[in-house]
Design a protein around this ligand. Structure first.
Ligand SMILES: Cc1cc2nc3c(=O)[nH]c(=O)nc-3n(C[C@H](O)[C@H](O)[C@H](O)COP(=O)(O)O)c2cc1C
Length: 145
């Protein structure tokens, strides 16, 4: 079984591409070694990430992430156990809407492509749905009250 979790957080300082690349290169090496897959989005000072893999590995990495001072206010949004991965091809996919100068329809394309490449049954995963919900929220700057 595959354990999945998604969280959101606030960057401690605005990140440039280099800062995010530093996080990603270390993350990908470690995730690969621990067979963790997922996706990280950074936009407007907010991170949204989904992690999936063996429960003990994901929990261990998430604990480390939550203590990382490069971000704060880490909120676990959803966790679940599923029968398969949603991001099986990515040790950590990365998506920054600003870098690509995209609008909402591009985001929908990105999401569709990513899900198509992974697995359509993802539509049923609450964690994956909430991950994308929070990505949209960050991009559209929606305030959910
Ligand atoms: C937003 C964000 C996402 C991160 N994602 C991961 C990740 O997916 N995997 C990972 O190993 N580290 C990730 N890190 C880095 C960890 O917080 C930590 O720096 C890294 O695991 C090295 O830990 P260590 O210095 O205790 O060895 C992330 C950090 C931030 C700020």
């Amino acid at each position: 079984m595959i354990y999945k979790l998604t969280y959101e957080s606030n960057a401690s300082a605005p990140f440039d591409q280099l800062g995010v690349e530093q996080i990603l290169s270390a993350a990908r090496t470690r995730n690969k070694a621990m067979d963790i897959t997922g996706c990280l989005v950074y936009h407007n000072g907010c991170f949204v990430q989904i992690l999936e893999g063996d429960r003990s590995h994901v929990t261990k990495v998430f604990k480390r992430i939550a203590q990382d001072t490069r971000h704060s206010n880490v909120r676990l949004v959803c966790e679940e156990v599923d029968d398969k991965r949603s991001f099986s091809d990515w040790n950590m996919a990365y998506f920054d809407p600003t870098m690509q100068g995209i609008d909402t329809s591009d985001l929908q394309n990105f999401e569709r492509n990513l899900l198509m490449l992974s697995d359509f049954s993802d539509k049923l995963s609450a964690t994956v749905n909430l991950f994308w919900f929070n990505v949209r929220k960050a991009i559209l700057n929606l305030k959910i009250v």
